[in-house]
Design a protein around this ligand. Structure first.
Ligand code: PHE
Ligand code: NA
Length: 446
């Protein structure tokens, strides 16, 4: 288990890769769905607070461990633990992360498949002439057809694993970087359109004017899980990327840039989507289909809507692709470092994730009545358990490891910032982030 010698080509390349991992379905699909289901403003407020108080410190911890260890997550943890006189068993934290990533990727590929289907539909121009009801019904009909859903899921898995297997990730990252400003621009256009709709004021009010009646423990838990998910932290995915971080780059600066961008993209998507919801009299709590119904409705109202919609789904596909690569990469690296060929590792992980994803894919058709735990389908379980439970547990252990186990001198070095900032980060992690995480997780248990 020797150190890796490769580095991202530049500081920017590292930020681009982490942004690629962070910005994805979490911002554009999952965030609006969650806000809608959790009553709006209170969720949004909690989510932003959790990103700042928990997400950022844990993200720093995670990248720092990867960078200080300069190995795959399991090896980095073992190495740093042994060096500091801690237990070898910390390597199991790497395994927990791998399992979490496995489960997340299983449904991520299913939902990315939904947008693949839309990509083709959008360019064939069917949307422009349809009413919101027709668009909603067509989406439900698509979800209810097992063959089409699985076909798209499979296609997306192949796209992801091919990149990971053949290591062309950096090319895709560059493409991603080139095109993401266009995605942000399209979201801005949508928000501009949203501002002309009758639902705009209601949407802003509902999103930004906190309504304390909406708060409940579930809202708190969902907001915390989503904060981890959207930043891609808690499962070692960014630890793997941190291992290649160039010398002399500041972790905090990189992390703050990415987190702010990630929040911004989510807010743009939220404002656009809820303006449509309220102008069309739709239900904000309409679940995981929300984005897939509202955005086509919005685009179909714009001149040249077909082209807009098609472009949007192309860009969304690229955004989700770089996220799914980040989900898959650490698992493949783990198998690879255990001696398997890279292509074999990618194939094994790909097939495993694909198989486990199938029950999620069928949760809107053949398996819609199967509810293994308290009226949750396989899809519901796959989208909540890893996100709301496993990521926060992983995040807690990662944070604990970074501030209580790992050698402090190494941590200072790996942070790439000054000593004062190190102390600040350590205090916030020790006395704010960790206790807060324990508190919410305990709440979930009782
Ligand atoms: N952050 C990604 C998104 O918002 C999802 C993700 C989670 C990616 C965990 C990597 C690790 O879509
Ligand atoms: Na995100």
């Amino acid at each position: 288990m020797s150190e890796v010698v490769e580095r991202w080509g530049s500081r920017r390349a590292f930020i681009i890769a982490v942004t690629g991992a962070a910005v994805g379905l979490g911002n554009i699909w999952r965030f609006p769905w969650m806000v809608g289901e959790n009553g709006g403003s209170v969720f949004l407020l909690l989510y932003v607070a959790f990103v700042l108080l928990l997400g950022l410190p844990v993200m720093v911890a995670e990248i720092l461990i990867g960078r200080a260890g300069r190995r795959t997550p399991m090896q980095a943890l073992t190495f740093l633990a042994c060096e500091a006189g801690g237990s070898r068993h910390w390597r199991l934290l790497g395994l927990l992360g791998g399992i979490t990533l496995f489960l997340i990727l299983s449904f991520y590929a299913v939902v990315s498949g939904w947008s693949l289907e839309y990509l083709v539909d959008a360019f064939s121009g069917d949307f422009a002439s349809r009413s919101p009801e027709e668009i909603g019904a067509a989406f439900d009909a698509f979800l209810a057809s097992p063959g089409r859903v699985i076909f798209n899921q499979t296609l997306f898995m192949v796209l992801t694993m091919a990149v990971v297997a053949f290591g062309v990730g950096s090319g895709l990252e560059r493409l991603n970087n080139l095109l993401m400003p266009l995605l942000y621009l399209l979201l801005l256009v949508l928000v501009g359109y949203a501002a002309t709709t009758t639902g705009f004021g209601t949407a802003l009010n509902w999103l930004f004017w906190p309504d304390p009646r909406a708060i409940s423990f579930m809202v708190v838990l969902n907001a915390m899980g989503h904060a981890f998910f959207t930043l891609a932290v808690g499962a070692g995915a960014l630890m793997a990327y941190g291992a290649y971080m160039p010398e002399g780059q500041s972790v905090p600066r990189a992390v703050v840039t990415v987190a702010l961008l990630d929040i911004l993209v989510a807010l743009l998507a939220g404002v656009a989507i809820f303006s449509i919801v309220f102008s069309q009299g739709m239900d904000p709590a309409s679940g995981p289909g929300l984005m897939f119904v509202t955005l086509p409705v919005a685009f179909s109202q714009l001149p040249g809507g077909t082209l807009w919609l098609g472009s949007f789904f192309v860009l969304l596909l690229i955004a989700t692709w770089t996220s799914s690569i980040n989900l898959a990469e650490p698992m493949v690296a783990m198998l690879h470092s255990a001696g398997l060929h890279r292509v074999t590792s990618a194939l094994l992980i790909g097939i495993g994730v694909w198989l486990v994803g199938i029950p999620s894919a069928l949760s809107f058709s053949w398996l819609s009545e199967v509810q293994p735990i308290s009226d949750m389908t396989f899809f519901d379980l796959a989208t909540t358990v890893p996100t709301d439970i496993l990521l926060p547990i992983g995040g807690l252990l990662i944070a604990f490891f970074a501030v209580w186990v790992m050698d402090a001198q190494r941590a200072v070095q790996a942070l790439g910032s000054n000593e004062r900032f190190f102390i600040l980060w350590r205090q916030v992690t020790r006395w704010v982030a960790i206790p807060l995480l324990i508190l919410v997780l305990m709440g979930a248990m009782f």
